[in-house]
Design a protein around this ligand. Structure first.
Ligand SMILES: Cc1ncc(COP(=O)(O)O)c(C=O)c1O
Length: 272
């Protein structure tokens, strides 16, 4: 099994074994054996990491938890080619990046790359707990009915919420909205970067945006909450912006206005 440096796939035993950060892993060893990690975006190292026993390569097309790192152009296509050459399954974890968040239904579409297996959750039922694993039919044929069931699996409430969410995504054109609002957000953030020296870098696609700061963002988070905006973080110095896909232009204007004032205060506090 090969996963990427910086990966986050969850905290249950199997997914934790594929999650990179020692911070999450350290209390739960021993984890599943025979997992290797390879730098995200580096096809040559990945090529030398796989061997005849490699069953799958798993990656997030845009790494979320580790700070919104977008796969470099060409990387996903190269990984797909490597998997096809060597008979390795390719798994995309689109739990954070999928279902329209990046302006495409699946983030892998930005690079025209289709995995063999795809993991989905988070946005899939609009906040009601649900997860799904999509697999190619020939892979599905390897397990029989009932082998992958669970108490709450397939429960009617989550399935109804999932159906309604997918309908809203398509009928209300929320994927297109993610592109449009993402571009507007990005333009505004780029303007803030010109003005505020504590912003180091802005990256992402659609409504999956990371704003890396030169300092810890803890005070920015609290200041945001006090002023009605709930920012998320990644590590100590990255703000993660994952707004709902229904966000409007005026919500973005308001967010940028609050962030501008929050950054002014932060710069004063830090004397920059
Ligand atoms: C890419 C990705 N995979 C999986 C998960 C699921 O993680 P958890 O088991 O902590 O809910 C997350 C949650 O942040 C995620 O971002």
């Amino acid at each position: 099994m090969v996963a990427m440096n910086g990966s986050y796939h969850g905290k249950s035993f199997g997914s934790l074994s594929l999650t990179f950060s020692p911070k999450y892993r350290k209390s739960f060893g021993p984890l599943v054996e025979k997992v290797s990690f390879s730098p995200f975006g580096d096809i040559e190292t990945l090529r030398s990491t796989v061997n005849a026993d490699t069953g799958f390569i798993i990656l997030e097309p845009i790494q979320g938890e580790s700070g919104i790192h977008v796969a470099p152009d060409g990387f996903l296509q190269d990984v797909r080619k490597l998997c096809d050459e060597k008979g390795i399954l390719l798994i995309f974890d689109e739990i954070q990046s999928g279902l329209g968040r990046t302006g495409k239904m699946w983030a892998g579409e930005h690079w025209n790359t289709t995995p063999d297996i795809m993991c989905l959750a988070k946005g899939i039922a609009g906040g009601v707990p649900m997860g799904a694993t999509l697999v190619r039919p020939d892979i599905l044929a390897c397990i029989s009915k009932g082998e992958q069931s669970s108490t709450f699996g397939g429960n009617p409430l989550s399935c109804a919420a999932g159906t309604a969410t997918i309908q809203a995504l398509t009928q209300d054109r929320l994927v297109e909205n993610a592109t449009k609002m993402g571009n507007k957000f990005r333009e505004g953030l780029d303007r803030l970067k010109e003005k505020h020296r504590i912003i180091r870098e802005i990256r992402g696609k659609g409504l999956m945006i990371g704003v890396e700061m030169k300092f810890e963002v803890k005070d920015i988070l609290f200041d945001g909450i006090t002023n009605g905006i709930l920012f998320l973080y990644s590590g100590k110095n990255i703000l993660r912006l994952l707004p709902p896909l229904v966000i409007s232009e005026s919500d973005i204007d308001k967010t940028l206005e609050v962030l501008d004032a929050v950054l002014d205060r932060e710069e004063k506090r830090r004397n920059v």
